[in-house]
Design a protein around this ligand. Structure first.
Ligand SMILES: Cc1cc2nc3c(=O)[nH]c(=O)nc-3n(C[C@H](O)[C@H](O)[C@H](O)COP(=O)(O)OP(=O)(O)OC[C@H]3O[C@@H](n4cnc5c(N)ncnc54)[C@H](O)[C@@H]3O)c2cc1C
Length: 539
């Protein structure tokens, strides 16, 4: 096993048929947070698990990559609820054997530029409240009612998660509890719920200032998801010390300790089903890996449209079910390198969210119709400022990342071209979009003009190429009210031996995918077997 160092940033073991063990208890497709969590928990319960990852490095959206001496994360900008002994923090500590450390962001973790006004969110429930009231002095009642609703959602969440695991009889037994914990407003759209609290459109815009974290503006998203995200960051944002690649790097040893492995360059071509039961997977190189249990963390779209034969997807009912959900939006990423440190450049540990105005939904509509309309949201993150270890790994440098939405259709005509060779028209289109986004950075931080050494632009086709999301979707399935109610989005499938995990099962986000991994493990081994492990994790 080669030693992994930050300079290679390639974690996992390169797949070769000869490197496979003889008999795995389970195969996990995809090494994102959902797949790794399931694999690690099963390993702890004595299973030998083989994780197969098509990319050159493990971690899914938590991986990082290096170019020209810089290192960028691709899907982790900040994580909440890890600054104290919360359920999430205990789970991260368990998975990483306490090796994953977290660095707090600034107290002002999010700054919202809405038109020509600036608002922000501050860490800590009381500070969050007081800060909102300072910005909207006439709205104290509405703000307090809003915070109460967030608490209500918090209380409903365990029931929402548990429902995905229960079999029929559990469900019947728990029905009174589930009923008590469910409220009709959970599945209403965010804007409807908020506009019952206040008429102030600017306050609504500030409360929804993080809509990019789940990919849907307030008139399209569900209040449940909105509330989960606001609650998640209420006590501030944190960044993994050493970079987001440390997440997978610190979990993999648990899988290896039980005889399992995480293989990279390992694309699964098909899930093999014989006589109605899963018997293994067929790799892209034609090799067959037999196992009794396959856990797919590759997204439900990929699982039922790409990895299973059309015949089986149809017969098992998933082809029809997929019609009730849609992919989340796709995005552009700008990865920027600077030849001075974050400290020298005075880069903040605060995320910037830049909006043309407070009507987010109309801005999205306009942008989809017209490429030249303003970006409905531009997000800027300063990872090298957030990670105290960055400067040790990459002395004298800093990085910045920009994320903005971009419809997949704009890029579809180049989808069959090879990465890096999509032609001059594609490069020119990318360059134009990149310049528009860089202008936002210089508008907010003009002192950076002339200091940028390098930048590159990723498109939804890059997401498709590296993470295998068919339409370059940012967060798997879109978090619409309809999706959040789908009962079939659960670990157990109707195909014996096939289980699902990852962001499509619960919600997007590293913590969402991690908790999905925990639910999947619970579904597979049963509540009785998981109980002692959960007791250990949450002691
Ligand atoms: C730009 C961006 C910013 C984000 N920012 C944050 C943030 O700040 N905080 C936060 O909490 N969340 C953030 N997220 C969301 C978060 O990263 C994801 O929701 C989460 O990591 C998803 O985990 P997952 O395991 O479900 O899927 P993934 O991480 O996508 O893992 C799925 C894996 O399956 C692999 N795969 C697919 N098909 C196959 C196949 N046939 N064979 C083998 N392997 C296959 C893929 O290569 C991939 O590695 C962000 C996401 C993006 C894209």
């Amino acid at each position: 096993m080669p030693k992994m160092t930050p300079s290679t940033l390639r974690i996992g073991y390169r797949y070769r048929p000869g490197r496979l063990a003889a008999n795995y208890d389970a195969v996990v497709i995809g090494s994102g947070m959902g797949g790794l969590t399931t694999a690690a928990m099963l390993s702890d319960l004595g299973w030998k698990v083989c994780v197969l990852e098509q990319h050159y490095t493990a971690g899914g959206y938590t991986h990082t990559y290096e170019r020209n001496g810089y290192e960028w994360d691709v899907g982790v900008h900040y994580i909440g609820e890890v600054g104290a002994k919360t359920r999430s923090r205990q789970m991260f500590d368990y998975l990483s054997d306490g090796k994953l450390e977290w660095a707090p962001m600034d107290e002002e973790y999010d700054r919202f530029y809405i038109g020509d006004k600036v608002f922000n969110a501050k860490a800590g429930k009381q500070k969050f409240r007081d800060n909102l009231i300072r910005q909207f002095p006439g709205e104290e009642k509405a703000i307090d009612r809003y915070l109460k609703l967030l608490d209500k959602v918090g209380k409903a969440l365990p029931a929402y998660g548990m429902k995905r695991v229960f079999g029929f009889w559990h469900y019947v037994a728990m029905w009174p509890y589930l009923l008590m914990k469910s409220s009709s407003f959970l599945f209403k759209n965010t804007y409807d719920v908020l506009s019952r609290l206040t008429d102030d459109q600017e306050l609504i815009a500030v409360l929804c200032g993080q809509w990019g974290n789940m990919g849907l503006p307030p008139k399209q998203s569900t209040f449940l998801m909105h509330a989960m995200i606001v609650r998640h960051y209420l006590h501030g944002g944190y960044y993994p010390v050493g970079g987001s690649w440390r997440i997978a790097d610190s979990i993999i040893p648990k899988i290896q300790a039980a005889g399992g492995e995480v293989f990279t360059y390992a694309r699964v071509e098909n899930i093999v089903v014989e006589n109605g039961k899963v018997t293994g997977v067929k790799m892209k190189d034609g090799h067959y890996i037999a196992c009794q249990c396959v856990i797919s963390s590759a997204g439900v779209g990929n699982t039922f449209q790409q990895l299973l034969s059309a015949n089986i997807a149809e017969k098992s009912g998933y082809k029809q079910k997929l019609k009730s959900v849609e992919p989340s939006f796709s995005h552009l990423g700008i990865y920027i390198g600077l030849k001075s440190t974050a400290e020298e450049l005075k880069l903040p540990k605060t995320n910037f969210w830049i909006y043309p105005n407070s009507d987010y939904d109309s801005a999205v509509e306009r942008f989809i119709e017209n490429q030249d309309a303003p970006f409905p949201v531009v997000y800027i993150s300063f990872p090298s400022a957030k990670d105290p270890d960055y400067v040790v790994r990459h002395p004298g440098t800093a990085t910045i990342e920009i994320v903005a939405p971009a419809p997949y259709q704009w890029f579809e005509k180049w989808r069959d071209e090879t990465w890096g060779k999509r032609g001059e028209d594609y490069d020119a289109f990318k360059a134009k979009l990149g310049e528009r986004l860089m202008a936002h950075l210089y508008d907010k931080l003009p002192e950076l003009r002339g200091k940028v050494d390098y930048y590159e632009v990723s498109t939804p086709l890059s997401t498709n190429w590296f993470a295998s999301y068919q339409r370059g979707e940012l967060y798997g399935l879109a978090h619409t009210p309809g999706r959040m109610k789908q009962k079939w989005l659960r670990p157990k499938t109707t195909i014996p031996g096939l289980w699902l995990t990852g962001q499509d099962i619960l919600t997007c986000g590293v913590t969402g995918a991690m908790m999905a991994g925990m639910l999947t493990t619970t579904s597979i081994v049963g509540i009785r077997k998981i109980a002692p492990l959960m007791k250990r994790i949450y002691s």
